[in-house]
Write a protein that binds this ligand. Sequence first.
Ligand code: NOJ
Ligand code: CA
Length: 557
Amino acid sequence: MPDLGSHGPGRPAAAGDAWWRSAAIYQLYVRSFADGNGDGIGDLVGVRGHLNYLANLGIDAIWFNPWYPSPMSDAGYDISDYRNIDPVFGTLADADALISEAHALGIRIIIDIVPNHGSDQHPWFRAALAAQPGSAERDRFWFRRGRGESGEQPPNGWQSIFGGPAWTRITEPDGTPGEWYLHLFAPEQPDFNWANHSVRAEFEDVLRFWFDRGADGIRIDSAGMLTKDEALPEVEPGQPPGAAHPYSDRDEVHEIYRSWRAVADEYPARVLIGEIWIPDAARLARYVSTGELHTVFNFPYLACPWDAAALREVIDNTLALNAPAGAPATWVLSNHDVDRIVSRYGRADTAFDLQRRRYFHSLPADLDLGTRRARAAALLTLALPGSVYVYQGEELGLWEVQDIPDERRQDPIWCRTNGADPGRDGSRVPLPWAGAKPPFAFSPDAAAAQPWLPQPEGWRSLSVAAETGDPASMLELYRAALQIRRAEPALGDGPMAWQSSPDGVLAFDRGASVRCVVNLSAAPVAMPEHAGVLLASGPLDGPLLPVDCAVWLRNLG
Ligand code: NOJ
Ligand code: CA
């Protein structure tokens, strides 16, 4: 592996072991990035063909959504083999080649591990189904007798996060109706029992498997949910996550991450990143305390409305949360589970909440307004201290596709709620690379199949080819911002200092030399005195910063 500390056009802040403290991480959703073989589904050959695009974009690392063998009941978050690649994506040899090609370009690789649940096709689950109640095979999962005279009721009333009960009844090997198993997500995603030591040993081995192959980091799916109260108490309405919750953010989960950290620390410069949707900053902070995870995703920032006071509060809380452990903050505007930011920011309500997707989709979106705000948000986000995530397509300004025909939708959330929740397909539509009509070079010219989700015709102006070289495009804004972020020692990890500003305006300095000003108020505001404009999210009006516009300024002296 080359010396990743010195790659690219100057990256002092990311150099060496602590690269993750400043990294710009590109979230690559493999199914929708680029299709190399024409079956309408993105794959690793497709990624390898576009690594130069990512290098030119200026990112430091790629986080891959799950690429393992999977029946794809939840787009790969139902894994049947943690040590291989799904044939639809390629082979282990493709992954090895991809990792080394990315490293040669100075790009690190973060992979997604799903420890809360596997697939119902995982050999352990199949063995559990074939074994008897009370067996060692069943103890790796949560099998329980049902309630009621003949066990016909689920063991408790827990609900699946994807809708419906969190328990499914099995048929025993002798053909009789049998035990129930727990799945906090879809029935095809049985939860592992983390009180079982073979589960713990297995996942530590999986970590080593991928670290040995060169993975630089692990994104841990549903990281707060692994441990469960064996008494299976009901979840009280409104019960917050925490020590007393039956499965969300229980204290025991920290023991697991201390062991994972010990494994990661056997290797140089590896990073553990937690996906934890809990609102309590103090409890979130525990995950980055010494000897546990390196960083956690910043969902309060992701969900925050386009509002100066609300953003400032989230930013301050984030920094306060990470400070005691000396962990870097992370910043994320969107991902494969939430609405695309251009649509969100174009609505009358610019917040986001996983539980209220139907409501948000019911609001009309002004995409021009959303795009202006998304551009300003990009400069705000990329100026904040710490590491930052860019979800594929965000750099193109793609919008949420809300009119996917019902029969084309694939998300289990859509299916399990009978359409009450529109689900996440709209943020997962394959990328437009070039051309005037679908598949926009997502698939090769002679492709046999359509993209796995339909692309809007209107994306012709948002393809990589259409935006490249257009100074007004989102892509060129991201390229310029990422380049400046690399070149400016004050950006990335480090201190920030708020500056006084009018109501509705955010202004802060990074070091002595760089100031970021974002105008979320209803009127243009005068920019502070400065020595030069490094980058603006939209046209400036002389000395005025227009509404929904952000600017990076070079400070005087
Ligand atoms: C969080 C992932 O981001 C999401 O896509 C997935 O459906 C759930 N975890 C279950 O694995
Ligand atoms: Ca393919």
